[in-house]
Design a protein around this ligand. Structure first.
Ligand code: NAD
Ligand code: UDP
Length: 319
């Protein structure tokens, strides 16, 4: 049986990856320090024969006994309000954490896949974004802690590949959503759905003309799984190219949640990218992958999940 280590396992994407690799008959070791994750996301896995959980901060030395076949490094704050609140930890998990995991991959002769992001393109001047675009990032802006940590992560990953011959994979993830996102993590889908459920007006930042392209979690996990199994070491975009403005998206959420609230406008956060859409030609060609779940279906599934939260969870605020 193959053994995989998944960091960020108690987070949104990490927990779905644990489910997928267990379903593919892997022995799964999940690692997390719960800084933005939740025990609840892996509760259903605790006690399973092929699952083991290790509470650990990946910026500290990582000791794993025995063999290891693969590593998926997904530990990192991922929402703007999270990485603005914990900027140093964000830089450390992308740099020191990635270094530790690459060292572990080298020692164990394991294949390692690194979770990068569309944020490496910053506020992009090329649209849609292709993998060969170098990006437009403000290194010293508040978002820079995340963007530059991820850019460093890609560089050190390529260096371990070129210099040490480690088998590496880099996925550039575009906005992904689904069940198990934290309702109050500040990202637009949980934010709008939480507001709809609490009977509040939906907060649009800026004029709402900025765009995003939202990918459902099952499609994202399938893309990541195929990339891991491929033999391609350069970055690959995985996301859904169906682009929408935040203003239109707010209207879509109001319709879907059948609520009568209004939208209100708030200040646009600094360096908020104006447009984002993945070019997925490479993933299509290389992995024979493209997203299957349309936004309506994905949003309905996500809203069903948020509806199951308790009143206490619905009103819990972190900011
Ligand atoms: P998340 O916050 O739900 O999960 C991240 C997990 O990492 C949390 O459980 C957190 O506790 C853990 N973590 C953070 N620092 C750690 C450390 N030092 N040691 C151990 N665990 C640590 O976020 P997510 O949306 O699931 O994102 C997962 C990964 O995917 C991140 O690397 C993120 O940058 C990347 N990503 C996500 C998206 C998206 O749209 N969801 C987009 C681009 C990239
Ligand atoms: N956004 C918004 N209202 C909110 C939360 C977010 O208008 O309550 C906007 C945000 O400014 C950004 C877009 O929605 O333009 C997506 O934000 P998110 O934090 O989900 O992802 P990211 O900016 O990292 O793509």
């Amino acid at each position: 049986m193959k053994k995989v280590l998944i960091t960020g396992a108690a987070g949104f994407l990490g927990s779905h990856l644990c489910d997928r690799f267990l379903a593919e008959d892997y022995y799964v070791m999940g690692m997390d320090n719960f800084i933005t994750g939740d025990q609840k996301n892996i509760q259903h896995l605790i006690g399973l024969e092929n699952f083991e959980f290790i509470e650990h901060d990946v910026t500290k030395y990582i000791k794993i006994e025995g063999n290891l076949d693969c590593i998926l490094h997904f530990a990192s704050p991922a929402s703007p309000i999270d990485y603005l609140k914990i900027p140093i930890q964000t830089l450390k998990v992308g740099s020191l954490g990635t270094h530790n995991l690459l060292g572990l991959a080298k020692a164990k002769n394991a294949r390692i896949l690194i979770a990068s992001t569309s944020e490496v393109y910053g506020d992009p001047l090329v649209h849609p974004q292709t993998e060969n675009y170098y990006g437009n990032v403000n290194t010293i802006g508040p978002r820079g802690v995340y963007d530059e940590a991820k850019r460093f992560q890609e560089s050190i990953t390529m260096a371990y590949h070129r210099f040490h011959g480690v088998e590496t994979r880099i996925v550039r993830i575009f906005n992904t959503y689904g069940p198990r996102m934290r309702l109050n993590d500040g990202r637009v889908i949980p934010a709008f759905m939480g507001q709809a459920l609490r009977g509040e007006d939906l907060t649009i930042f800026g004029d709402g003309m900025q765009t995003r392209s939202f990918c459902y979690v099952d499609d994202q996990v399938e893309g990541i799984y195929r990339l891991l199994l491929s033999d391609y070491s350069y970055p690959v975009n995985i996301g859904n190219p169906h682009e929408i403005s935040i203003k239109d998206f707010a209207e879509e959420i109001l319709g879907l949640t059948e609520t009568t609230q209004k939208v209100i406008y708030k200040e646009l956060p600094v360096d908020d990218p104006l447009q984002r859409q993945p070019d997925i030609s490479l993933a299509k060609k290389l992995l024979n992958w493209e997203p299957k779940v349309d936004r309506k279906e994905g949003l309905n599934k996500t809203f069903e999940y948020f509806k199951t939260l308790s009143t206490e969870e619905l009103y819990k605020s972190e900011h």
